[in-house]
Design a protein around this ligand. Structure first.
Ligand SMILES: *Cc1c(COP(=O)(O)O)cnc(C)c1O
Length: 457
């Protein structure tokens, strides 16, 4: 029997653990202190044969798991781009799990399906797409790019889903910036195009794809008998947050009849605020866009989204029943629009949080992140001993210490801040990322104090 007798009471206890984690989110030690080995020993055992009392199990979570979680929502978690998940998003996620809808088709998740359509339609309008556009929620940026690129491949090589790589004569070529995310390489590999057919175009001093170089490479590939079919522009590279010149890239894509995909996994969420809208100017010229609500829309993981200018392209790639005819009027079953069959109701947390906060409140948090990155930039520029690598286009900023060791700085601040190093132009640097609604001007000031203490050490 898998029923739990005191389920209601247990649910309260479980929710108490979530409360505790949330209430302590801003406390020190963002990363747990135990080593990986010590954590392993905490719970290592053979596959349990007998049942256990639920009280004891919940106690184990409280004692062993809770203290060993990373505090991703902490105001001083300034690494990577996973955002602080909003509490509205978390409540939505909890409900999602409890209600367990599986909207591959309407009956498996009736309201879930409607909510997903609604969210996709909201975002279509935000990104400036027209009614023929469509999309689907997926696990994150990696899968949304894969989902879109398969549609791009099917559009240019329509026999591919059916007959595979053997059906094409010329080598397919894809272009992206040399600063693009590794998930693109993975997708190109998985799609059978081959990573060596992914051209990594150099970037200019702002870390944006160099367009002369792009054009030259396309012409060279055509001359050599290959078939270029897709450009992937970046709207927020993971390291520097650079946004490519989408408008100009779109012209090149049109000139050579290439699919334009924009990897906006990072920057896409900022479309909700004015700075983001300006930055993502002309993104609606792209044939497809991937963006991650679990990045700059403050959603808990996992939540990615792919949008396509014409939803027919997703349908023609992913329809389950090959006899099924496409029409813009038929109600959508999401199983026909993406890779997954059984799938989570990711729309619920989005719907819940967006309604709870409203666009204005979300926009304010995103706008604030832009401002904090700029504030830190201007302050860092004033400091001797530091070389700032770029002006932030989004909310990431990178700098070198001229004479001090970057790893030592990370150690120096690690009790309070979670900050990482990365390599830019093959030199190690400090990377700080403000995709965090809890970060404030005080957070910036505290970093500056740490830096000045470190420099005078
Ligand atoms: C994070 C990121 C991805 C990958 O997205 P996941 O959600 O981690 O799968 C792709 N591209 C860029 C630019 C990213 O920042």
């Amino acid at each position: 029997m898998l029923e739990i007798k005191n389920f209601n009471e247990s649910l309260d206890k479980v929710s108490n653990i979530i409360k505790k984690y949330q209430n302590e989110i801003n406390e020190k030690n963002i990363l747990p202190k135990l080593s990986r080995e010590e954590m392993h020993h905490l719970i290592d055992e053979e596959f349990p044969q007998e049942s256990m009392k639920i009280e004891d199990l919940i106690y184990e979570i409280e004692e062993k798991v809770l203290p060993n979680c990373t505090k991703i929502g902490n105001s001083k978690f300034l690494s990577w781009i996973i955002t602080s998940p909003s509490q509205g998003g978390i409540l939505g996620e909890i409900l999602t799990n409890g209600l367990n809808q599986a909207p591959f088709n309407f009956k498996a998740g009736p309201m879930a399906t409607i909510m997903e359509e609604l969210f996709i339609n909201w975002m279509i309008k935000e990104f400036g797409y027209k009614d023929e556009a469509g999309g689907i929620l997926v696990s994150g940026g990696s899968v949304s790019t894969l989902t879109a690129l398969a549609a791009a491949r099917e559009f240019h090589f329509p026999a591919m889903m059916e007959s595979g790589m053997h059906s094409i004569e010329k080598t397919p070529i894809v272009y992206t910036s040399c600063k693009s995310h590794g998930s693109i390489d993975k997708a190109i590999g998985v799609l059978g195009i081959g990573k060596r057919n992914l051209r990594k175009i150099q970037v200019n001093e702002n870390f944006q794809m160099d367009l002369d170089n792009l054009r030259q490479r396309i012409m060279q590939d055509i001359q050599e008998g290959c078939k270029p079919f897709c450009i992937i522009a970046q709207a927020g590279t993971s390291l520097t947050g650079a946004v490519d010149d989408i408008s100009k890239i779109s012209k090149i894509a049109k000139e050579f009849n290439l699919w334009l995909h924009v990897d906006a996994a990072y920057g896409g969420g900022s479309i909700l605020c004015d700075s983001g809208k300006k930055l993502l100017n002309k993104i609606n010229e792209a044939d497809s866009i991937s963006f991650d609500p679990h990045k700059w829309m403050f959603m808990p993981v996992e939540c990615g989204c792919v949008l396509v200018k014409d939803r027919k392209n997703l349908f023609e790639t992913y329809k389950m029943d090959l006899q099924k005819e496409f029409s813009y009027d038929i109600p959508i079953d999401f199983v026909d629009f993406g890779i997954q069959s059984t799938r989570a109701n990711r729309a619920l947390k989005l719907w819940f949080a967006i309604k709870l906060y409203g666009k204005k409140e979300l926009a304010k948090s995103i706008e604030n992140n832009f401002e904090l990155a700029l504030k830190l930039y201007y302050e860092l520029k004033k400091i001797d001993g530091i070389e700032v690598i770029h002006k932030p286009m989004t909310a990431a900023i990178n700098f070198y210490f001229n004479e001090k060791d970057e790893d030592e700085f990370i150690k120096f601040v690690e009790d309070e801040f979670f900050i990482n190093t990365c390599k830019i132009n093959s030199k190690k640097c400090i990377r700080i990322c403000f995709n965090n609604y809890r970060a404030t001007k005080d957070t910036v000031n505290e970093i500056l104090i740490k830096i000045s203490e470190f420099l005078s050490k």
